[in-house]
Write a protein that binds this ligand. Structure first.
Ligand SMILES: Cc1cc2nc3c(=O)[nH]c(=O)nc-3n(C[C@H](O)[C@H](O)[C@H](O)COP(=O)(O)O)c2cc1C
Length: 194
Protein backbone atom coordinates (compact mmCIF):
# COMPACT_ATOMS: atom_id res chain seq x y z
CA UNK A 1 0.00 0.00 0.00
CA UNK A 2 1.46 3.41 -1.00
CA UNK A 3 2.67 5.62 1.84
CA UNK A 4 1.29 9.16 1.85
CA UNK A 5 4.37 11.39 1.28
CA UNK A 6 2.60 14.20 3.16
CA UNK A 7 2.50 12.27 6.43
CA UNK A 8 5.49 13.57 8.39
CA UNK A 9 5.71 10.61 10.79
CA UNK A 10 5.73 8.03 8.00
CA UNK A 11 9.23 7.57 6.57
CA UNK A 12 9.49 6.81 2.84
CA UNK A 13 10.12 3.06 2.38
CA UNK A 14 13.67 3.64 1.05
CA UNK A 15 14.80 5.64 4.11
CA UNK A 16 15.39 2.61 6.39
CA UNK A 17 17.40 0.96 3.57
CA UNK A 18 19.52 4.08 3.16
CA UNK A 19 19.99 4.30 6.91
CA UNK A 20 21.04 0.62 7.01
CA UNK A 21 23.68 1.20 4.33
CA UNK A 22 24.96 4.30 6.18
CA UNK A 23 25.18 2.41 9.47
CA UNK A 24 27.22 -0.31 7.78
CA UNK A 25 29.82 2.30 6.78
CA UNK A 26 30.32 3.05 10.49
CA UNK A 27 32.88 5.79 11.03
CA UNK A 28 34.53 5.28 7.64
CA UNK A 29 35.69 8.59 6.21
CA UNK A 30 33.43 9.46 3.33
CA UNK A 31 30.30 7.76 4.69
CA UNK A 32 28.51 11.12 4.46
CA UNK A 33 29.94 12.22 1.11
CA UNK A 34 27.65 12.25 -1.88
CA UNK A 35 27.80 13.59 -5.40
CA UNK A 36 25.42 16.31 -6.52
CA UNK A 37 24.78 16.60 -10.25
CA UNK A 38 23.10 19.65 -11.71
CA UNK A 39 22.73 21.44 -15.03
CA UNK A 40 24.50 24.73 -15.71
CA UNK A 41 22.84 27.66 -17.45
CA UNK A 42 24.37 26.58 -20.79
CA UNK A 43 22.82 23.09 -20.47
CA UNK A 44 26.09 21.29 -19.69
CA UNK A 45 26.36 18.96 -16.67
CA UNK A 46 28.12 19.71 -13.38
CA UNK A 47 28.92 17.26 -10.59
CA UNK A 48 30.73 17.69 -7.27
CA UNK A 49 31.03 16.12 -3.81
CA UNK A 50 29.18 17.52 -0.80
CA UNK A 51 28.63 16.45 2.79
CA UNK A 52 25.20 15.13 3.75
CA UNK A 53 23.95 17.39 6.59
CA UNK A 54 20.68 15.66 7.51
CA UNK A 55 16.97 15.53 6.80
CA UNK A 56 14.50 18.38 7.32
CA UNK A 57 11.34 17.77 9.35
CA UNK A 58 9.39 17.27 6.11
CA UNK A 59 11.90 14.78 4.69
CA UNK A 60 14.02 16.97 2.38
CA UNK A 61 17.75 16.22 2.13
CA UNK A 62 19.94 19.06 3.39
CA UNK A 63 23.35 20.24 2.19
CA UNK A 64 25.38 23.33 3.05
CA UNK A 65 27.24 25.48 0.57
CA UNK A 66 28.62 28.91 -0.21
CA UNK A 67 26.41 31.42 -2.04
CA UNK A 68 29.50 32.72 -3.83
CA UNK A 69 30.19 29.35 -5.50
CA UNK A 70 28.60 28.37 -8.79
CA UNK A 71 26.12 25.71 -7.70
CA UNK A 72 23.65 27.96 -5.80
CA UNK A 73 23.41 30.22 -8.84
CA UNK A 74 22.90 27.22 -11.14
CA UNK A 75 20.28 25.71 -8.83
CA UNK A 76 18.33 28.95 -8.53
CA UNK A 77 17.82 28.88 -12.31
CA UNK A 78 17.19 25.15 -12.70
CA UNK A 79 16.53 23.15 -9.55
CA UNK A 80 16.47 19.62 -10.99
CA UNK A 81 19.26 17.54 -9.47
CA UNK A 82 20.44 13.99 -9.01
CA UNK A 83 22.50 12.77 -6.07
CA UNK A 84 24.66 9.67 -6.16
CA UNK A 85 25.64 8.14 -2.82
CA UNK A 86 27.98 5.15 -2.75
CA UNK A 87 28.26 2.88 0.30
CA UNK A 88 31.40 0.82 -0.17
CA UNK A 89 31.00 -1.62 2.72
CA UNK A 90 27.33 -2.28 1.95
CA UNK A 91 28.19 -2.43 -1.78
CA UNK A 92 25.14 -0.32 -2.47
CA UNK A 93 24.50 2.74 -4.59
CA UNK A 94 21.60 5.11 -4.06
CA UNK A 95 20.58 7.58 -6.75
CA UNK A 96 18.17 10.25 -5.57
CA UNK A 97 16.43 12.62 -7.93
CA UNK A 98 14.70 15.77 -6.82
CA UNK A 99 14.18 19.51 -6.85
CA UNK A 100 16.62 21.74 -5.02
CA UNK A 101 15.76 24.94 -3.23
CA UNK A 102 18.52 27.32 -2.10
CA UNK A 103 17.84 29.06 1.22
CA UNK A 104 19.75 31.92 2.83
CA UNK A 105 19.82 33.00 6.45
CA UNK A 106 16.72 35.18 6.08
CA UNK A 107 14.72 32.21 4.73
CA UNK A 108 15.46 29.77 7.56
CA UNK A 109 17.43 31.55 10.31
CA UNK A 110 17.00 28.92 13.03
CA UNK A 111 17.85 25.95 10.83
CA UNK A 112 20.90 27.72 9.40
CA UNK A 113 22.14 28.68 12.86
CA UNK A 114 21.65 25.11 14.04
CA UNK A 115 23.66 23.70 11.11
CA UNK A 116 26.38 26.33 11.60
CA UNK A 117 26.74 25.59 15.30
CA UNK A 118 26.98 21.85 14.62
CA UNK A 119 29.98 22.32 12.29
CA UNK A 120 33.45 21.84 13.74
CA UNK A 121 35.70 24.95 13.90
CA UNK A 122 37.72 23.44 11.02
CA UNK A 123 34.58 22.71 9.01
CA UNK A 124 33.40 26.32 9.41
CA UNK A 125 36.69 27.79 8.20
CA UNK A 126 36.02 27.33 4.47
CA UNK A 127 33.28 29.96 4.65
CA UNK A 128 35.90 32.45 5.93
CA UNK A 129 38.12 31.95 2.88
CA UNK A 130 38.12 34.22 -0.21
CA UNK A 131 35.58 33.88 -3.03
CA UNK A 132 35.52 30.23 -4.27
CA UNK A 133 36.53 29.69 -7.90
CA UNK A 134 38.39 33.02 -8.26
CA UNK A 135 42.13 33.16 -9.07
CA UNK A 136 44.18 32.04 -6.04
CA UNK A 137 44.84 34.80 -3.51
CA UNK A 138 48.08 33.93 -1.62
CA UNK A 139 47.26 36.47 1.09
CA UNK A 140 43.93 34.83 1.87
CA UNK A 141 42.74 35.08 4.59
CA UNK A 142 42.96 31.28 4.97
CA UNK A 143 42.01 30.62 8.60
CA UNK A 144 42.10 27.00 9.77
CA UNK A 145 39.28 27.42 12.24
CA UNK A 146 36.28 29.59 13.00
CA UNK A 147 35.50 29.52 16.70
CA UNK A 148 32.28 28.39 18.33
CA UNK A 149 30.08 31.42 18.91
CA UNK A 150 30.94 33.15 15.63
CA UNK A 151 27.87 34.24 13.67
CA UNK A 152 26.96 32.41 10.46
CA UNK A 153 28.50 34.19 7.45
CA UNK A 154 26.05 35.91 5.06
CA UNK A 155 27.08 33.58 2.21
CA UNK A 156 26.18 30.36 4.05
CA UNK A 157 23.38 28.68 2.10
CA UNK A 158 21.24 25.65 2.76
CA UNK A 159 20.39 23.47 -0.23
CA UNK A 160 17.18 21.60 0.49
CA UNK A 161 16.29 18.81 -1.92
CA UNK A 162 12.77 17.43 -2.15
CA UNK A 163 13.25 13.82 -3.23
CA UNK A 164 10.98 12.60 -6.03
CA UNK A 165 12.61 9.34 -7.13
CA UNK A 166 15.08 6.94 -5.55
CA UNK A 167 16.96 3.98 -6.95
CA UNK A 168 18.92 1.47 -4.89
CA UNK A 169 21.37 -0.93 -6.50
CA UNK A 170 22.60 -3.66 -4.17
CA UNK A 171 25.57 -5.64 -5.49
CA UNK A 172 25.52 -8.23 -2.65
CA UNK A 173 22.92 -10.73 -3.94
CA UNK A 174 23.03 -12.65 -7.19
CA UNK A 175 21.55 -11.27 -9.34
CA UNK A 176 22.08 -7.73 -8.11
CA UNK A 177 18.96 -6.13 -6.68
CA UNK A 178 17.73 -2.89 -8.21
CA UNK A 179 14.74 -1.22 -6.58
CA UNK A 180 13.14 2.03 -7.57
CA UNK A 181 10.61 4.26 -5.79
CA UNK A 182 8.61 7.06 -7.40
CA UNK A 183 6.88 9.71 -5.38
CA UNK A 184 3.33 10.15 -6.62
CA UNK A 185 0.32 10.19 -4.31
CA UNK A 186 2.43 7.77 -2.30
CA UNK A 187 5.77 6.04 -2.78
CA UNK A 188 5.46 3.27 -5.36
CA UNK A 189 8.15 0.57 -5.33
CA UNK A 190 9.23 -1.39 -8.41
CA UNK A 191 11.97 -3.96 -8.90
CA UNK A 192 14.01 -3.51 -12.08
CA UNK A 193 16.57 -5.63 -13.85
CA UNK A 194 19.98 -4.59 -12.59
C1 LIG B 1 34.99 15.36 0.49
C2 LIG B 1 34.46 16.68 0.01
C3 LIG B 1 33.41 17.28 0.68
C4 LIG B 1 32.91 18.50 0.25
N1 LIG B 1 31.85 19.06 0.90
C5 LIG B 1 31.31 20.22 0.45
C6 LIG B 1 30.13 20.75 1.07
O1 LIG B 1 29.54 20.20 2.00
N2 LIG B 1 29.64 21.92 0.55
C7 LIG B 1 30.23 22.55 -0.50
O2 LIG B 1 29.73 23.59 -0.91
N3 LIG B 1 31.33 22.07 -1.10
C8 LIG B 1 31.88 20.91 -0.65
N4 LIG B 1 33.00 20.39 -1.26
C9 LIG B 1 33.60 21.14 -2.39
C10 LIG B 1 32.78 20.88 -3.67
O3 LIG B 1 32.98 19.54 -4.13
C11 LIG B 1 33.13 21.87 -4.80
O4 LIG B 1 34.49 21.76 -5.15
C12 LIG B 1 32.84 23.30 -4.40
O5 LIG B 1 31.66 23.40 -3.64
C13 LIG B 1 32.69 24.19 -5.65
O6 LIG B 1 31.65 23.66 -6.46
P1 LIG B 1 30.88 24.49 -7.58
O7 LIG B 1 31.90 25.31 -8.31
O8 LIG B 1 30.20 23.47 -8.43
O9 LIG B 1 29.88 25.39 -6.88
C14 LIG B 1 33.51 19.16 -0.86
C15 LIG B 1 34.56 18.54 -1.52
C16 LIG B 1 35.03 17.32 -1.09
C17 LIG B 1 36.18 16.70 -1.85
Amino acid sequence: MPVDPGTPLELPPWRPLLRGARQREGRAPGAGWLQLASVAADGTPRVRTLVFRGWSADGALELLSDARSEKPVELSGQGQVELCWLFRKAREQFRLRGIAQVLGESDAPETMLDHWQRLTPGGRSVWAWPHPGQPFEPGGPWPQEVADGASPPPHLVLIRIKILRVEQLDLKPHPHRRLCWDRGDGWVERRLNP
